[in-house]
Design a protein around this ligand. Structure first.
Ligand SMILES: O=C(O)c1ccccc1NCC(=O)[C@H](O)[C@H](O)COP(=O)(O)O
Length: 401
């Protein structure tokens, strides 16, 4: 039996180990992929785009192929997310080479060229850090703008990223994360520019515009200068992508006037992040080998962080009770994408201006994340979900007096 884990809603998926490309018709239902019948697989594989047909047919003939949308319990998927990360990084090398080539013919007035030339002369701003660092056991939300992902496929169209960022801000989000990778996540630097411009309307208000995190796969300081030019306050640095280069890129981030969210997945990566001088560390709940999310794993890892580090729990958070649990366990912030985008798009079916419906569910969800209930001391309720019914306050009353 050859088992391939294929993320939900992903239509084309390379499985390097089996040297085949798995492809599902966009119109097919999810259930049909649990079918073990080889003949129907043959039929399905006629939809695939694969250059080496003979390899593909050999695999199908000698094995019963099963695609599942969840990996079997305890089993590591043979088609794993490490392949995804590696293929994204290869793509980034090409993008960076193209960007450098383009900049080589620009004058010294080009803002990216200028910023690179001024490396080392910027004062640290700490806007991202102070937006996330609140009194202990107070949670901050980093709300993400993300159209699709390798693990979930399509998430939302987000026709108006600026409008969505306003909803996030007005609900109480402390920072906005903008995915700027096009191929994997459907995002652009232009989205970030629009969000930056929209956030300037909060300039004269307290605590001011939400700082923006450029969420991408940073492998070179030219991408950091590019992020700063577009309006980002911080960039994401992924230790599993950078390894021992984490310090080099983190130093470059500070020298170019930005801050960084340094992302880790295990204890070894925490060591690298801390040794590199990370001030904000994100523990990604999503295992990039099989895309499963585990809050427990993140909670265990957080205990290894030095107390002065701002801790962020990332990925797979949708239930306010999980947000409360993470806050009870000491996380300073949560980073939420899919749940907010799907909530925001859910009630934008043509009523009024985009995102300007009377009650936006992303707004309610952020309010619920920030409400004061506790997973430890009180149960969740469906009323508290979506921030409705003031369930959170009722729970707090029952435990605090
Ligand atoms: O989301 C993915 O599928 C993914 C795959 C490979 C590398 C990174 C990936 N996600 C980036 C993220 O860190 C998430 O967008 C972020 O933590 C928000 O997660 P969620 O709330 O689950 O959308």
């Amino acid at each position: 039996m050859l088992v391939c884990f294929v993320p939900n809603n992903v239509y084309g998926y390379p499985c390097k180990r089996h040297k085949i490309s798995l492809y599902r018709s966009p119109n097919s239902t999810r259930n049909s992929f649990f079918n073990d019948d080889t003949s129907s697989w043959r039929k399905r594989f006629t939809y695939r785009r694969h250059t080496d047909t003979r390899t593909l047919w050999k695999s199908v003939d000698t094995h019963s192929v099963r695609m599942t949308s969840e990996p079997d319990k305890g089993q590591e998927s043979p088609c794993n997310g490490e392949d995804i990360l590696q293929s994204i990084l290869k793509r980034k090398e090409v993008e960076v080479a193209q960007l450098k080539e383009k900049l080589s013919s620009e004058s010294s007035d080009n803002p990216i060229v200028k910023r690179l030339a001024m490396e080392g002369s910027f004062e640290p701003k700490n806007t991202f850090y102070s937006a996330l660092k609140k009194p202990n056991f107070t949670l901050s939300v980093i709300a993400e703008i993300k159209r699709k992902s390798p693990s979930k496929g399509h998430i939302g169209n987000i026709r108006d990223p600026a409008g969505l960022s306003r909803i996030y801000k007005e609900a109480g989000a402390s920072a906005i994360s903008v995915l700027t990778d096009w191929d994997g996540f459907g995002g652009t630097l232009d989205d970030l520019r629009k969000v930056y411009a929209a956030q300037q309307q909060y300039r004269e208000t307290y605590p001011g515009p939400a700082p923006i995190l450029r969420k991408d796969f940073i492998i070179d300081k030219v991408q950091i200068a590019e992020a700063a030019e577009a309006g980002a306050s911080a960039v994401l640095l992924i230790v599993s992508a950078l390894g021992t280069r984490t310090k080099e890129l983190l130093d470059a981030t500070y020298a170019l006037g930005l801050e960084a969210l340094v992302e880790v997945h295990n204890a070894e990566e925490i060591d690298i992040a801390v040794q590199s001088g990370a001030k904000i560390i994100g523990i990604n709940n999503r295992n990039l080998k099989n895309f499963q999310v585990s809050l427990e794993h993140a909670i265990e890892l957080r205990r290894l962080l030095p107390p002065e580090v701002v801790s962020v729990a990332e990925s797979g958070i949708s239930d306010p009770a999980d947000a409360w649990l993470l806050r009870d366990e000491g996380f300073n912030a949560i980073l939420v994408g899919e749940a907010l985008v799907t909530a925001a798009e859910r009630n934008n079916q043509g009523v009024g201006t985009y995102y300007q419906t009377p009650v936006n569910q992303a707004y309610g969800l952020i309010r619920a994340f920030l409400s004061k209930s506790s997973r430890k001391y009180a149960n969740s309720s469906s009323a508290a979900f979506w921030g409705q019914g003031e369930g959170a306050k009722e729970f707090l009353g029952s435990i605090s007096i």
